[in-house]
Design a protein around this ligand. Structure first.
Ligand SMILES: C[S@@+](CC[C@H](N)C(=O)[O-])C[C@H]1O[C@@H](n2cnc3c(N)ncnc32)[C@H](O)[C@@H]1O
Length: 203
């Protein structure tokens, strides 16, 4: 199999618009619910990092209305679209496992449906680095796997795609080992399976 990261990068370069158009009804979407627990905890102009930000719609666009948003994505096409769709945020094209920020750079880190594309063996170190990037008391809101699975599909929205994740109990343990306390854990159904949404706080 092709290197998973280049497969994911090339896949999103190809299917960026199939996955998400330029417009999106945030208020009617599941993202509204995801953010409803985090947003009341944030002061205006909080520094927020969105890992695997995609084209910036709807999350960066929504958060950048009140906050200072940085998005990171491995796909050049996603980042180019994000820069044009959300001009009031900043975007970096990078593998989130290789991104570097000074300790305490953010009040919150969010990541939706993106860590599940990172090979599972690299994910504990990513959470450790994420904890470092957060200011003390900062929050992490992240969708991760519900059941452990690593594999690929040949044609997902028009491109080959790769996913890799642990189960919810493993994520809970990893987050706690990295110094997070779990504020909430929710199953987010999708098709016959689903994801886990964690809201955690750096203690
Ligand atoms: C399913 S999309 C979700 C996009 C956005 N978070 C949302 O919910 O609309 C997953 C995104 O994660 C990005 N991604 C996957 N692996 C990544 C990695 N190692 N580093 C940075 N971004 C990655 C992909 O390029 C893609 O834009």
């Amino acid at each position: 199999m092709q290197d998973p990261k280049s497969l994911v990068r090339e896949g999103y370069d190809r299917i960026s618009r199939n996955y998400r158009g330029d417009t999106f009804d945030f208020e009617a979407s599941g993202y509204r619910q995801f953010l409803s627990e985090l947003e009341p905890l944030l002061k205006p102009s909080s520094r927020i990092l969105d890992l695997g930000c995609g084209c910036g719609v709807p999350i960066a666009r929504h958060l950048a209305r009140r906050h200072d948003v940085t998005g990171v994505d491995i796909s050049e096409v996603q980042i180019a679209r994000a820069r044009s769709l959300v001009p009031n945020a900043r975007f970096l094209r990078a593998d989130m496992t290789e991104a570097a920020f000074p300790d305490g750079s953010f009040e919150a880190v969010v990541s939706f449906y993106a860590v599940i594309h990172v090979p599972v063996g690299e994910q504990p170190a990513l959470f450790r680095r994420t904890a470092g990037w957060l200011a003390s008391g900062g929050h992490l809101l992240v969708t991760v796997g519900h059941r452990a699975w690593t594999g690929m599909e040949e044609d997902w929205h028009g491109a080959a795609m790769y996913w890799s994740h642990a189960d919810a109990a493993t994520y809970r343990a990893w987050l706690e080992e990295c110094g997070f306390s779990i504020l909430s854990e929710r199953f987010v159904p999708e098709g016959e399976g689903g994801h886990t949404l964690f809201l955690a706080q750096k203690t």
